[in-house]
Design a protein around this ligand. Sequence first.
Ligand SMILES: *Cc1c(COP(=O)(O)O)cnc(C)c1O
Length: 392
Amino acid sequence: MSPAAPSTLNTFDHRPTCAEVDLGALCHNLNAIKTFVAPSKVMAVVKANGYGHGLERTALTLQGAGVDSLGVAYIEEAIALRRSGITIPILVFGGLLQEQLELYLKHDVDVTASSVSKLEQIEATAQRLNKRARVHLKIDTGLERIGVHYYSADSLYEAALRARHSDVVGVYSHFADVNLNDLAIAKMQLERFLSSLRYFEDRAHAPFLRHIASSSGLMALKESHLDMVRPGLTLYGVYPGPGYESRLQVKSVLSLKSQVVYFKVVKKGAGVSYGHKWHAPEDTRVVTIPIGYGDGYSRALSNKASVIIRGKRSPIVGVVCMDQLMVNIGPNGEAYNDDEVILIGTSGDQRVSVEELANLVDTTPHEILVLLNQRIPRVYLTAAGAVPNRDN
Ligand SMILES: *Cc1c(COP(=O)(O)O)cnc(C)c1O
């Protein structure tokens, strides 16, 4: 028997737990960012399964809404996008291994050239395959990740000027620290980037895009917009930290929902969940929800996060299990089996945000989103309402 072909009909179709993705909100956010940064271009970052929103659907929606290009971390993500019908430029941010180069050229994916030797590898492969490579040079202005240091960038620029099989379509850098209260590091990085660029600007044969700002940078520092910005988080309607809301209004795209599967009264003093890390202070009503850290809802949220049931916030009690968690709805709380549970999202005047969950466990909002894994079906809302097919 041959292995089963991947199917759009997915095994988790009927799970009560899902991530609802509002594609209208996604388009709204793209337009808000476009207006904010115009005339700069926008590269939408869709790495890590579109920040948990689903790689293909997110990318196709953004392409349909007129985004200029897409950014991903790995070549595999770019290939998946090409196979799903993405025709606009895709840049892979990540470090390059020589053996992957043929894939870049075969699938027409933009390469990050982060050193002279990497650029030489790109040149050699492009020549051998008789193709032209599209290249973005990567300048390190202070993150100490991939990229040639800004103070030795001239060697990379010279190699780029010598290149015969590559088109340098961009030069970019990435902020290490954007802090609304102290932009000194970001400003220093921007200055390093711009001054290193002068050498290349004076000599380049063709126009190219200069870019440095992701979500926080583009909101915090207008001078950083340059020719293009690279938002991820903000596109999904989530803010990188406090204080950004006043700069640009975006709508959250993802809601995480489930349903009550069990109701019980827990007697005063009884311990709840593994290790009895919570004890009922009084007789109280506790419901069980079918989602856990096996879905990417972090165990670190145990005894910290709240959910919304019937318009009321109630706390998670005890540790989050792999597949289930318990919520204390109080001695007189009302909830029935099948009731909707909102783990991320809004109901009435109550809201649980990605930012709130990130704060509770001292991580970035990015991590809360990308942890939500393939076991949670994504349900897409368009202007016409819920899209019946669900993707993982
Ligand atoms: C992830 C990433 C971005 C997007 O960052 P956000 O904070 O989500 O806006 C932009 N550029 C690079 C190089 C990245 O790796």
